[in-house]
Design a protein around this ligand. Sequence first.
Ligand SMILES: C[S@@+](CC[C@H](N)C(=O)[O-])C[C@H]1O[C@@H](n2cnc3c(N)ncnc32)[C@H](O)[C@@H]1O
Length: 297
Amino acid sequence: MLDAKSLPFHTNANKDFIRSEVDFAQIDLWYRKAGRRLKYLGLPAWEMLDIIAWEKFLDRFTTIEREEDQQHLMFLRANVKDVEHRLHALYGEFDQILLDGRDRYERVPDWPYDLVNLDYFGGFLYSDLSRPRALRKLIANQANFQQGFLLIITQHLRDGDRIGEKSQFIEDIRRALKGSTPDQRLCQAIDNLFDWYASPDTPDSFRQALYMNMFFRDVGETEHFDVACSPAILYSGTGNAQMIHFLTGFTYRPGMGHRAVSTQSSLELIDLGLREVRNGALVQVRTSPPRLTPLRH
Ligand SMILES: C[S@@+](CC[C@H](N)C(=O)[O-])C[C@H]1O[C@@H](n2cnc3c(N)ncnc32)[C@H](O)[C@@H]1O
């Protein structure tokens, strides 16, 4: 469907750093907030390096895998690591499982989850928009259980945005922000910023980072979550493919009929920008968008 056969996953220093430092710290916070072990849904691959790195925070885990050989190896690995009794394995494309609510063998996810780690091959935007639809379904499912969760998404930077979804989004968000403020100075700053985003010289990673974080916020707030986004992280993954990583907290706001309004403002979200991991460490990004928030003070 989305992407042809991909290179088998191999971890590297960048991925290890993100998993064991960046994600680990956030999961630790989420674990303390929950006051109990977290139920995991994710794509751990046969080595289950994420599950093993975060094991002390985890309760049961549901794994999704579409490659049969990886699935078999995963069972062996779970057995060796003595975590087999906590493993609930689903088989197939994760988008399809989320959309249909069942895997190729009619097994169903064990909703709701506290930690969702979708670390997939391919990008986000393809003409059938199945990925955005699958993520909306995931967020709506969590909301049905009134269950907050930490969502970690890793994807290839290159996607199949032939429909021009991101350029349309840049113009829509520019219009929405300008329409919501009478402040001429802020309107000018918004124009400067979105001209920067629309420019062909701006690396697509910045558009992808903003698009994804606004997507999480928009869908989450509709489902009554207070959404806290983090700066996206760019890194080189398997086969030197450019990957982009997102960490987002969804805190459920019970008892409200109206859409949630997140504690993090939309201007704060826009100013999150991008970080980069190279050679297993965070580095300064070479370019960054003009900021909006200082203008408010
Ligand atoms: C990048 S690896 C996971 C790495 C792991 N999370 C870690 O931290 O080391 C992704 C795994 O998910 C599988 N996968 C990728 N895209 C998928 C999809 N769309 N549906 C189901 N499985 C997928 C791959 O076969 C691979 O085993």
